[in-house]
Design a protein around this ligand. Structure first.
Ligand code: PNW
Length: 449
Protein backbone atom coordinates (compact mmCIF):
# COMPACT_ATOMS: atom_id res chain seq x y z
CA UNK A 1 0.00 0.00 0.00
CA UNK A 2 1.38 3.43 -0.85
CA UNK A 3 1.87 5.83 2.01
CA UNK A 4 -0.38 8.46 0.42
CA UNK A 5 -3.47 6.37 1.05
CA UNK A 6 -2.27 5.53 4.52
CA UNK A 7 -2.37 8.99 6.15
CA UNK A 8 -0.47 8.02 9.30
CA UNK A 9 -0.34 10.30 12.34
CA UNK A 10 2.86 10.83 14.31
CA UNK A 11 3.77 8.33 16.98
CA UNK A 12 2.43 9.47 20.39
CA UNK A 13 -0.17 11.72 18.77
CA UNK A 14 -2.75 12.55 21.46
CA UNK A 15 -6.34 11.58 20.64
CA UNK A 16 -9.21 12.75 22.80
CA UNK A 17 -12.62 14.33 23.12
CA UNK A 18 -13.69 17.53 24.86
CA UNK A 19 -16.58 18.83 26.94
CA UNK A 20 -17.23 21.75 29.30
CA UNK A 21 -18.82 21.91 32.75
CA UNK A 22 -21.88 24.04 31.97
CA UNK A 23 -22.64 22.08 28.85
CA UNK A 24 -22.79 18.61 30.42
CA UNK A 25 -22.80 18.61 34.21
CA UNK A 26 -26.25 19.81 35.21
CA UNK A 27 -26.63 19.92 39.03
CA UNK A 28 -26.56 23.68 38.60
CA UNK A 29 -27.44 24.40 42.24
CA UNK A 30 -26.31 21.19 43.88
CA UNK A 31 -23.78 20.55 46.64
CA UNK A 32 -23.20 24.22 47.28
CA UNK A 33 -22.55 25.39 43.72
CA UNK A 34 -23.17 29.10 43.23
CA UNK A 35 -24.95 30.48 40.15
CA UNK A 36 -22.94 31.31 37.05
CA UNK A 37 -23.72 33.98 34.47
CA UNK A 38 -25.08 31.21 32.22
CA UNK A 39 -27.51 29.98 34.89
CA UNK A 40 -28.78 33.54 35.14
CA UNK A 41 -28.69 34.43 31.42
CA UNK A 42 -30.58 31.30 30.38
CA UNK A 43 -33.47 32.20 32.71
CA UNK A 44 -33.96 35.59 31.02
CA UNK A 45 -36.67 35.49 28.36
CA UNK A 46 -35.51 35.33 24.74
CA UNK A 47 -31.84 34.69 25.48
CA UNK A 48 -31.45 30.95 24.88
CA UNK A 49 -33.28 28.97 22.20
CA UNK A 50 -36.53 27.50 23.55
CA UNK A 51 -35.86 28.86 27.04
CA UNK A 52 -33.48 25.94 27.61
CA UNK A 53 -31.21 26.11 30.66
CA UNK A 54 -28.11 24.18 31.76
CA UNK A 55 -29.87 23.05 34.93
CA UNK A 56 -29.80 19.35 34.02
CA UNK A 57 -27.86 19.19 30.75
CA UNK A 58 -26.45 15.65 30.37
CA UNK A 59 -26.70 15.01 34.11
CA UNK A 60 -23.02 14.19 33.93
CA UNK A 61 -22.62 15.29 37.55
CA UNK A 62 -24.42 12.09 38.53
CA UNK A 63 -23.64 9.92 35.52
CA UNK A 64 -19.91 10.53 35.10
CA UNK A 65 -18.91 6.92 35.88
CA UNK A 66 -21.03 5.74 32.96
CA UNK A 67 -19.65 8.48 30.71
CA UNK A 68 -16.08 7.63 31.62
CA UNK A 69 -16.71 3.98 30.80
CA UNK A 70 -17.93 5.19 27.41
CA UNK A 71 -14.77 7.26 26.83
CA UNK A 72 -12.77 4.18 27.65
CA UNK A 73 -14.84 2.02 25.33
CA UNK A 74 -14.21 4.44 22.49
CA UNK A 75 -10.49 3.92 23.08
CA UNK A 76 -9.78 7.54 23.99
CA UNK A 77 -6.83 7.96 26.32
CA UNK A 78 -7.29 11.71 26.77
CA UNK A 79 -10.26 13.76 27.84
CA UNK A 80 -10.62 17.53 28.07
CA UNK A 81 -13.04 18.80 30.72
CA UNK A 82 -13.57 22.10 32.49
CA UNK A 83 -13.96 23.01 36.13
CA UNK A 84 -16.92 25.19 37.09
CA UNK A 85 -15.49 28.15 38.99
CA UNK A 86 -18.79 28.69 40.92
CA UNK A 87 -18.68 25.07 42.13
CA UNK A 88 -15.35 25.77 43.83
CA UNK A 89 -15.93 29.38 44.90
CA UNK A 90 -19.71 29.99 44.90
CA UNK A 91 -19.17 33.75 45.29
CA UNK A 92 -16.22 33.84 42.90
CA UNK A 93 -13.81 34.57 45.73
CA UNK A 94 -13.69 33.90 49.45
CA UNK A 95 -15.10 30.70 50.92
CA UNK A 96 -14.15 27.42 49.22
CA UNK A 97 -16.90 24.87 48.64
CA UNK A 98 -15.28 21.60 49.63
CA UNK A 99 -18.01 19.52 47.98
CA UNK A 100 -17.16 21.13 44.66
CA UNK A 101 -13.52 20.14 44.95
CA UNK A 102 -14.55 16.65 46.05
CA UNK A 103 -16.63 16.22 42.88
CA UNK A 104 -13.66 16.99 40.63
CA UNK A 105 -11.41 14.73 42.71
CA UNK A 106 -13.84 11.84 42.18
CA UNK A 107 -14.21 12.65 38.49
CA UNK A 108 -10.47 12.85 37.89
CA UNK A 109 -9.71 9.76 39.96
CA UNK A 110 -12.23 7.81 37.93
CA UNK A 111 -10.57 8.99 34.71
CA UNK A 112 -7.16 7.96 36.04
CA UNK A 113 -8.54 4.58 37.12
CA UNK A 114 -9.56 4.08 33.50
CA UNK A 115 -6.13 5.19 32.26
CA UNK A 116 -7.54 8.35 30.73
CA UNK A 117 -5.39 11.50 31.02
CA UNK A 118 -7.37 14.58 32.09
CA UNK A 119 -6.79 17.91 30.34
CA UNK A 120 -8.41 20.51 32.54
CA UNK A 121 -9.69 23.92 31.45
CA UNK A 122 -9.85 26.34 34.35
CA UNK A 123 -12.45 28.61 32.79
CA UNK A 124 -14.96 27.71 30.10
CA UNK A 125 -17.28 30.73 30.32
CA UNK A 126 -19.17 30.04 33.58
CA UNK A 127 -18.21 33.18 35.49
CA UNK A 128 -19.63 33.24 39.03
CA UNK A 129 -22.66 35.54 38.93
CA UNK A 130 -21.44 37.37 42.05
CA UNK A 131 -18.38 38.54 40.08
CA UNK A 132 -20.55 39.74 37.20
CA UNK A 133 -22.41 41.87 39.74
CA UNK A 134 -19.06 43.50 40.48
CA UNK A 135 -18.45 44.25 36.78
CA UNK A 136 -17.39 40.83 35.49
CA UNK A 137 -14.61 40.99 32.91
CA UNK A 138 -14.94 44.78 32.74
CA UNK A 139 -13.34 44.79 36.16
CA UNK A 140 -9.63 44.15 36.63
CA UNK A 141 -10.51 42.55 39.98
CA UNK A 142 -11.94 39.55 38.09
CA UNK A 143 -8.47 38.68 36.77
CA UNK A 144 -7.16 38.78 40.33
CA UNK A 145 -10.05 36.66 41.62
CA UNK A 146 -9.27 34.21 38.81
CA UNK A 147 -5.69 34.00 40.07
CA UNK A 148 -6.88 32.94 43.51
CA UNK A 149 -9.31 30.44 41.98
CA UNK A 150 -6.48 29.03 39.84
CA UNK A 151 -4.27 28.71 42.93
CA UNK A 152 -7.07 26.82 44.69
CA UNK A 153 -7.69 24.23 41.98
CA UNK A 154 -4.04 23.70 41.08
CA UNK A 155 -3.15 23.16 44.74
CA UNK A 156 -6.07 20.77 45.23
CA UNK A 157 -5.72 18.77 42.01
CA UNK A 158 -2.14 19.33 40.85
CA UNK A 159 -1.07 15.94 42.14
CA UNK A 160 -3.34 14.25 39.58
CA UNK A 161 -3.74 16.84 36.80
CA UNK A 162 -0.68 17.64 34.71
CA UNK A 163 -2.23 19.33 31.67
CA UNK A 164 -3.86 22.70 32.35
CA UNK A 165 -5.63 25.05 30.00
CA UNK A 166 -6.16 28.52 31.46
CA UNK A 167 -9.08 29.98 29.51
CA UNK A 168 -11.30 28.79 26.70
CA UNK A 169 -11.86 31.12 23.72
CA UNK A 170 -11.41 34.66 24.95
CA UNK A 171 -13.06 36.10 21.77
CA UNK A 172 -16.26 34.22 22.60
CA UNK A 173 -16.67 35.09 26.25
CA UNK A 174 -15.63 38.70 25.72
CA UNK A 175 -16.83 39.33 22.14
CA UNK A 176 -20.09 37.39 22.16
CA UNK A 177 -20.71 38.06 25.86
CA UNK A 178 -19.89 41.75 26.31
CA UNK A 179 -19.90 43.22 22.80
CA UNK A 180 -22.56 41.41 20.78
CA UNK A 181 -24.73 40.36 23.70
CA UNK A 182 -25.50 36.94 22.21
CA UNK A 183 -23.84 35.06 25.06
CA UNK A 184 -23.91 35.61 28.82
CA UNK A 185 -23.94 38.16 30.33
CA UNK A 186 -25.65 39.61 27.24
CA UNK A 187 -24.02 43.05 27.36
CA UNK A 188 -23.29 45.49 24.52
CA UNK A 189 -20.41 47.58 25.70
CA UNK A 190 -18.39 50.33 24.02
CA UNK A 191 -15.09 49.60 22.25
CA UNK A 192 -13.18 51.08 25.17
CA UNK A 193 -14.81 48.68 27.67
CA UNK A 194 -14.33 45.74 25.30
CA UNK A 195 -10.63 46.42 24.72
CA UNK A 196 -10.16 46.65 28.47
CA UNK A 197 -12.13 43.43 29.06
CA UNK A 198 -9.85 41.64 26.58
CA UNK A 199 -6.88 42.92 28.52
CA UNK A 200 -8.31 41.58 31.78
CA UNK A 201 -8.87 38.21 30.13
CA UNK A 202 -5.25 37.85 28.98
CA UNK A 203 -4.20 39.01 32.43
CA UNK A 204 -6.25 36.16 33.90
CA UNK A 205 -4.47 33.79 31.52
CA UNK A 206 -1.19 35.06 33.00
CA UNK A 207 -2.52 34.36 36.49
CA UNK A 208 -3.37 30.82 35.44
CA UNK A 209 0.14 30.22 34.10
CA UNK A 210 1.63 31.63 37.30
CA UNK A 211 -0.56 29.35 39.43
CA UNK A 212 0.58 26.24 37.53
CA UNK A 213 4.24 27.25 37.75
CA UNK A 214 3.92 27.88 41.50
CA UNK A 215 1.79 24.94 42.55
CA UNK A 216 1.56 22.51 39.63
CA UNK A 217 4.36 20.23 40.76
CA UNK A 218 6.55 18.09 38.55
CA UNK A 219 5.61 17.67 34.91
CA UNK A 220 2.83 20.24 35.00
CA UNK A 221 2.13 21.94 31.65
CA UNK A 222 -0.04 24.89 30.82
CA UNK A 223 -1.33 26.85 27.83
CA UNK A 224 -4.20 28.96 26.56
CA UNK A 225 -6.96 27.70 24.31
CA UNK A 226 -7.70 30.28 21.64
CA UNK A 227 -10.14 30.15 18.74
CA UNK A 228 -8.37 32.21 16.10
CA UNK A 229 -10.30 33.76 13.29
CA UNK A 230 -8.50 31.93 10.53
CA UNK A 231 -7.60 33.34 7.14
CA UNK A 232 -7.33 30.78 4.34
CA UNK A 233 -5.36 31.91 1.29
CA UNK A 234 -7.68 31.76 -1.69
CA UNK A 235 -4.84 30.32 -3.75
CA UNK A 236 -1.83 28.63 -2.25
CA UNK A 237 0.55 31.09 -3.89
CA UNK A 238 3.00 33.38 -2.06
CA UNK A 239 0.99 36.59 -2.47
CA UNK A 240 -2.29 35.17 -1.16
CA UNK A 241 -0.49 33.28 1.62
CA UNK A 242 1.23 36.50 2.73
CA UNK A 243 -2.09 38.34 2.63
CA UNK A 244 -3.78 35.61 4.69
CA UNK A 245 -0.92 35.67 7.19
CA UNK A 246 -1.28 39.45 7.61
CA UNK A 247 -5.03 39.23 8.03
CA UNK A 248 -4.62 36.44 10.59
CA UNK A 249 -2.02 38.37 12.59
CA UNK A 250 -4.23 41.45 12.59
CA UNK A 251 -7.41 39.75 13.73
CA UNK A 252 -5.67 37.95 16.57
CA UNK A 253 -3.36 40.82 17.54
CA UNK A 254 -5.08 41.54 20.85
CA UNK A 255 -4.56 38.00 22.16
CA UNK A 256 -1.70 36.12 20.53
CA UNK A 257 0.74 39.03 20.21
CA UNK A 258 0.75 40.02 23.90
CA UNK A 259 0.94 36.38 25.00
CA UNK A 260 3.78 35.42 22.67
CA UNK A 261 5.56 38.74 22.15
CA UNK A 262 4.83 40.57 25.40
CA UNK A 263 3.23 43.67 23.90
CA UNK A 264 0.33 44.94 21.83
CA UNK A 265 1.35 45.52 18.21
CA UNK A 266 1.58 49.21 17.25
CA UNK A 267 -0.96 48.63 14.49
CA UNK A 268 -3.49 47.30 17.06
CA UNK A 269 -3.00 50.28 19.34
CA UNK A 270 -3.42 52.61 16.37
CA UNK A 271 -6.67 50.89 15.50
CA UNK A 272 -7.89 51.29 19.10
CA UNK A 273 -6.96 54.99 19.16
CA UNK A 274 -8.28 56.64 22.31
CA UNK A 275 -10.01 53.39 23.29
CA UNK A 276 -6.76 51.50 23.78
CA UNK A 277 -6.58 49.35 26.92
CA UNK A 278 -5.00 50.68 30.10
CA UNK A 279 -2.00 48.50 30.92
CA UNK A 280 -0.50 48.45 34.40
CA UNK A 281 3.18 48.03 35.12
CA UNK A 282 4.13 44.37 35.15
CA UNK A 283 1.10 43.20 33.17
CA UNK A 284 3.04 42.03 30.14
CA UNK A 285 5.53 40.14 32.28
CA UNK A 286 2.60 38.13 33.66
CA UNK A 287 0.78 37.78 30.34
CA UNK A 288 3.82 36.67 28.36
CA UNK A 289 5.21 34.03 30.71
CA UNK A 290 6.33 31.13 28.52
CA UNK A 291 3.73 28.42 28.07
CA UNK A 292 4.10 24.77 27.13
CA UNK A 293 1.59 24.68 24.30
CA UNK A 294 -1.09 26.59 22.49
CA UNK A 295 -4.57 25.06 22.39
CA UNK A 296 -6.53 25.79 19.24
CA UNK A 297 -10.27 25.50 18.75
CA UNK A 298 -11.10 25.54 15.09
CA UNK A 299 -14.43 25.11 13.34
CA UNK A 300 -14.38 27.45 10.36
CA UNK A 301 -12.35 30.09 8.51
CA UNK A 302 -12.59 32.83 5.89
CA UNK A 303 -10.94 33.23 2.50
CA UNK A 304 -8.41 35.95 1.76
CA UNK A 305 -6.70 37.09 -1.42
CA UNK A 306 -4.03 39.69 -2.08
CA UNK A 307 -5.33 42.86 -3.63
CA UNK A 308 -2.33 44.99 -4.39
CA UNK A 309 -0.62 45.38 -1.03
CA UNK A 310 -3.89 44.79 0.83
CA UNK A 311 -5.43 41.61 2.17
CA UNK A 312 -9.01 41.25 1.01
CA UNK A 313 -11.31 39.05 3.12
CA UNK A 314 -14.07 37.61 0.95
CA UNK A 315 -17.67 37.61 2.19
CA UNK A 316 -19.43 34.23 1.99
CA UNK A 317 -22.20 34.10 -0.58
CA UNK A 318 -25.64 33.14 0.76
CA UNK A 319 -25.46 29.67 -0.80
CA UNK A 320 -22.05 28.72 0.64
CA UNK A 321 -22.46 25.44 2.55
CA UNK A 322 -22.72 25.61 6.34
CA UNK A 323 -23.58 23.29 9.18
CA UNK A 324 -26.84 23.62 11.10
CA UNK A 325 -24.90 26.04 13.32
CA UNK A 326 -25.19 29.08 11.10
CA UNK A 327 -21.76 30.52 11.86
CA UNK A 328 -20.12 27.25 10.90
CA UNK A 329 -19.14 27.69 7.22
CA UNK A 330 -17.57 24.50 5.96
CA UNK A 331 -13.95 25.41 5.28
CA UNK A 332 -11.77 22.49 6.40
CA UNK A 333 -8.58 24.09 5.04
CA UNK A 334 -8.81 26.41 8.04
CA UNK A 335 -7.38 23.53 10.08
CA UNK A 336 -4.15 23.44 8.11
CA UNK A 337 -3.84 27.21 7.94
CA UNK A 338 -4.42 27.91 11.60
CA UNK A 339 -1.54 25.58 12.42
CA UNK A 340 0.63 27.05 9.68
CA UNK A 341 0.00 30.69 10.68
CA UNK A 342 0.47 30.11 14.41
CA UNK A 343 3.67 28.18 13.83
CA UNK A 344 5.07 30.83 11.49
CA UNK A 345 4.08 33.83 13.61
CA UNK A 346 4.48 32.64 17.21
CA UNK A 347 6.38 29.31 17.26
CA UNK A 348 4.53 27.76 20.19
CA UNK A 349 6.46 24.74 21.56
CA UNK A 350 3.51 22.54 20.71
CA UNK A 351 -0.03 22.95 19.49
CA UNK A 352 -3.06 20.85 20.36
CA UNK A 353 -6.35 21.14 18.59
CA UNK A 354 -8.44 21.35 21.75
CA UNK A 355 -11.76 21.49 19.86
CA UNK A 356 -13.02 20.65 16.40
CA UNK A 357 -16.42 19.38 15.43
CA UNK A 358 -19.72 20.28 13.83
CA UNK A 359 -23.31 20.98 14.91
CA UNK A 360 -26.24 19.28 13.19
CA UNK A 361 -29.73 18.41 14.36
CA UNK A 362 -29.25 14.67 14.10
CA UNK A 363 -32.21 12.35 13.60
CA UNK A 364 -32.03 8.55 13.72
CA UNK A 365 -32.27 6.57 10.47
CA UNK A 366 -35.12 4.08 10.00
CA UNK A 367 -33.05 1.35 11.67
CA UNK A 368 -32.47 3.55 14.72
CA UNK A 369 -28.81 4.25 13.97
CA UNK A 370 -27.42 7.78 13.91
CA UNK A 371 -25.83 7.75 10.47
CA UNK A 372 -24.09 11.11 10.75
CA UNK A 373 -22.17 10.81 7.51
CA UNK A 374 -21.99 14.59 7.21
CA UNK A 375 -20.27 14.92 10.59
CA UNK A 376 -17.97 12.02 9.77
CA UNK A 377 -16.96 13.75 6.56
CA UNK A 378 -16.36 17.07 8.29
CA UNK A 379 -14.12 15.43 10.88
CA UNK A 380 -12.30 13.40 8.27
CA UNK A 381 -11.54 16.50 6.20
CA UNK A 382 -10.25 18.28 9.32
CA UNK A 383 -7.96 15.40 10.18
CA UNK A 384 -6.64 15.29 6.64
CA UNK A 385 -5.49 18.88 7.09
CA UNK A 386 -3.85 18.12 10.43
CA UNK A 387 -2.11 15.20 8.83
CA UNK A 388 -0.78 17.53 6.15
CA UNK A 389 0.55 19.89 8.83
CA UNK A 390 2.26 17.09 10.75
CA UNK A 391 3.88 15.83 7.52
CA UNK A 392 5.39 19.31 7.18
CA UNK A 393 6.75 19.01 10.74
CA UNK A 394 4.41 21.66 12.14
CA UNK A 395 4.28 20.63 15.83
CA UNK A 396 0.63 19.71 16.19
CA UNK A 397 0.71 17.07 18.90
CA UNK A 398 -2.90 16.13 19.43
CA UNK A 399 -6.59 16.46 18.66
CA UNK A 400 -9.65 16.71 20.90
CA UNK A 401 -12.94 16.23 19.16
CA UNK A 402 -15.81 18.51 20.16
CA UNK A 403 -17.75 16.89 21.51
CA UNK A 404 -17.93 13.59 23.30
CA UNK A 405 -21.67 13.94 23.67
CA UNK A 406 -24.55 16.18 22.55
CA UNK A 407 -24.88 18.94 25.12
CA UNK A 408 -26.08 22.42 26.06
CA UNK A 409 -24.94 24.42 23.04
CA UNK A 410 -25.06 27.83 24.76
CA UNK A 411 -27.52 30.23 23.10
CA UNK A 412 -28.68 27.38 20.82
CA UNK A 413 -29.85 25.39 23.84
CA UNK A 414 -30.20 21.66 23.19
CA UNK A 415 -30.32 22.08 19.41
CA UNK A 416 -27.19 21.98 17.23
CA UNK A 417 -25.82 18.68 18.40
CA UNK A 418 -22.01 18.42 18.29
CA UNK A 419 -21.65 15.00 19.93
CA UNK A 420 -20.28 11.82 18.41
CA UNK A 421 -22.50 10.24 21.05
CA UNK A 422 -26.19 11.09 20.83
CA UNK A 423 -27.94 12.10 24.03
CA UNK A 424 -31.67 11.83 24.57
CA UNK A 425 -32.30 14.74 26.92
CA UNK A 426 -35.57 13.17 28.18
CA UNK A 427 -34.13 9.82 29.19
CA UNK A 428 -30.39 10.66 29.29
CA UNK A 429 -29.76 7.64 27.10
CA UNK A 430 -26.37 7.78 25.34
CA UNK A 431 -26.07 6.27 21.85
CA UNK A 432 -22.81 6.38 19.90
CA UNK A 433 -23.31 7.70 16.37
CA UNK A 434 -21.61 6.38 13.25
CA UNK A 435 -18.95 9.09 13.70
CA UNK A 436 -18.05 7.65 17.12
CA UNK A 437 -17.47 4.18 15.68
CA UNK A 438 -15.37 5.68 12.90
CA UNK A 439 -13.34 7.83 15.32
CA UNK A 440 -12.70 4.80 17.53
CA UNK A 441 -11.03 3.05 14.57
CA UNK A 442 -8.99 6.10 13.58
CA UNK A 443 -7.69 6.46 17.13
CA UNK A 444 -6.93 2.77 17.41
CA UNK A 445 -4.96 2.69 14.15
CA UNK A 446 -3.45 6.18 14.53
CA UNK A 447 -4.18 6.91 10.88
CA UNK A 448 -6.98 8.34 8.85
CA UNK A 449 -9.55 5.82 7.65
C1 PNW B 1 -17.02 26.79 21.04
N1 PNW B 1 -19.78 31.40 17.25
O1 PNW B 1 -17.96 27.81 21.00
C2 PNW B 1 -16.95 26.42 22.51
O2 PNW B 1 -15.67 26.33 23.05
C3 PNW B 1 -17.78 25.23 22.86
O3 PNW B 1 -18.15 25.33 24.20
C4 PNW B 1 -18.95 25.13 21.91
O4 PNW B 1 -19.89 24.19 22.29
C5 PNW B 1 -18.37 24.83 20.55
O5 PNW B 1 -17.41 25.80 20.17
C6 PNW B 1 -19.40 24.72 19.44
O6 PNW B 1 -20.06 25.92 19.26
C7 PNW B 1 -18.34 28.64 19.99
O7 PNW B 1 -21.00 31.76 17.34
C8 PNW B 1 -19.65 29.11 20.08
O8 PNW B 1 -19.04 31.84 16.36
C9 PNW B 1 -20.12 30.02 19.18
C10 PNW B 1 -19.27 30.47 18.18
C11 PNW B 1 -17.96 30.00 18.08
C12 PNW B 1 -17.50 29.08 19.00
Amino acid sequence: MSSTVNYPFPKNFIWGAATAATQIEGAAAEDGKGPSIWDDFSKQPGRVHGGHTPEIACDHYHRFPEDIRLIRKLGLKNYRLSIAWPRILPEGRGAINQRGLDFYRRLIDTLLDHEITPWVTMFHWDLPLALEHQGGWRNRGTAEAFGTYADTIVKALGDRVKNWITLNEIPCFIGLGYKEGRHAPGAKESPRVINQAYHHAILAHGQGVRAVREHGGRGARVGLTHNPETAIPLLEIPTDIAAARRSFAERNAHILAPIFHGRYPAEYLRRCGADRPVVAKGDFALIAQPTDFLGINIYTGYFVRAKGSRAEALPFPAQYPRAASEWLYLAPQAMYWVLNHCHALYQPKAMYVTENGVGYDDEPAANGEYLDLHRRDYLRQSLLHIQRATQEKIPCKGYFLWSLIDNFEWADGYTRRFGIVHNDFETQKRTPKLSAHWYQQVVKQNRLL
